[in-house]
Design a protein around this ligand. Sequence first.
Ligand code: ATP
Ligand code: MG
Length: 401
Amino acid sequence: MKELLLCKYGEIVLKGANRAFFENLLCRELKFRAARHGNFTISRSQSTIYIEPQDDDADIDGMLEATLKVFGIVGVSRAAVCEKNMDDIRALAKAYIPQFMAGAKTFKCEAKRSDKRFPLGSPQIAAEIGGEILSVCPRLKVDVNNPDVVVRVEIREFGAYIHAGQYKGAGGMPLGSNGKGLLLLSGGIDSPVAGWMMAKRGVKIEALHFESYPYTSEQARDKVLDLAGIVAGWAGSIRVHVISLTHVQEELKRACEEDYFTLLLRRFMMRLAERAAREFECGALITGESVGQVASQTMEAMAVTGAVVSMPIFRPCVGMDKEEIIQIARKIDTFETSILPFEDCCTVFTPRHPRTRPELCKVEAQEALVDVDALLEEAWATMYHVNVRPDGSRAFWEKRD
Ligand code: ATP
Ligand code: MG
């Protein structure tokens, strides 16, 4: 019996003339991921992508799991295929479907006939195949309104397909279909979620992390790379650029009023992030900020920190409650890593009374007490790069000019 995966895609069906561009990106991503699971062919027809194993070594379970993390796909069915005639379809239904009925009490059978030359109509196909399934699973009952399992027969261009149930796909848009963004990645809960959300919209991710060694530890940095690895499971390999803010923080502490530390630090971060985004050809910055969550995320504080950059800043968590962000963090499996207790550079030298309604002119006056340009250059020179792959493995990466 020949099994394969049928993938349905969502929003890109609506893309009109650009549709092929999105479909090609999606197929390319699937091919790339399939390579780890064996020999598969990937083709498309009638708004469905077919992933077919080419030999017995191809790991269809592994490929199914990988496919569920590919943005742009809304549903995946594990199906069996046969010739387009009722005898073969009946035999296949009896042999293939019972394994999916363990624990089910009710089912219904639906048919879709996209090959209109097939002699039977959809209701007839559904009734006949439903009958065959009942003959081998006599304890099952038909329930057309709320069945435990939906069996589908699809008469398509190249064959007849039968499957029982569809796995929910990751949704969103194919990776790379909406440019590249630079994620400011901390070790917290919010920024990995923000990166995942933008990747889901087709944005390829690069990441920038600020450390403050020795005030922050190597474990804190490793935790960030672990988080990047988890997000990479969905978003593909992520290059993480790491910059040290140690001297910036020491200088701010030496020269400026404590209440402004966090705001001033965040302005340094944003400037360096914009420079990195331009260097690595990213069209936007991405942060995990959520309005009102902490002192530096009031509307006024965000205005003061956003004022130093001219490129768009995407804040996909901005209108979400912490609980909603945590829900996504659990779903994408970053939560348990995010809550490991390591310090972040934002928590080093935290002011006791941070400004929540800062005035730009006062922030600028504080900033004038340090040599901004020199500090930026010095911080920029500390940058190193780590490429984090979807399996979590890492390699230091050298930028070549
Ligand atoms: P998170 O949970 O993402 O750390 P947070 O609620 O702790 O966010 P802040 O620490 O104020 O909030 O940071 C706001 C945003 O600034 C983060 O979501 C992240 O995008 C960015 N950021 C904070 N710290 C760092 C860092 N050390 N390196 C890179 N980006 C950072
Ligand atoms: Mg944080």
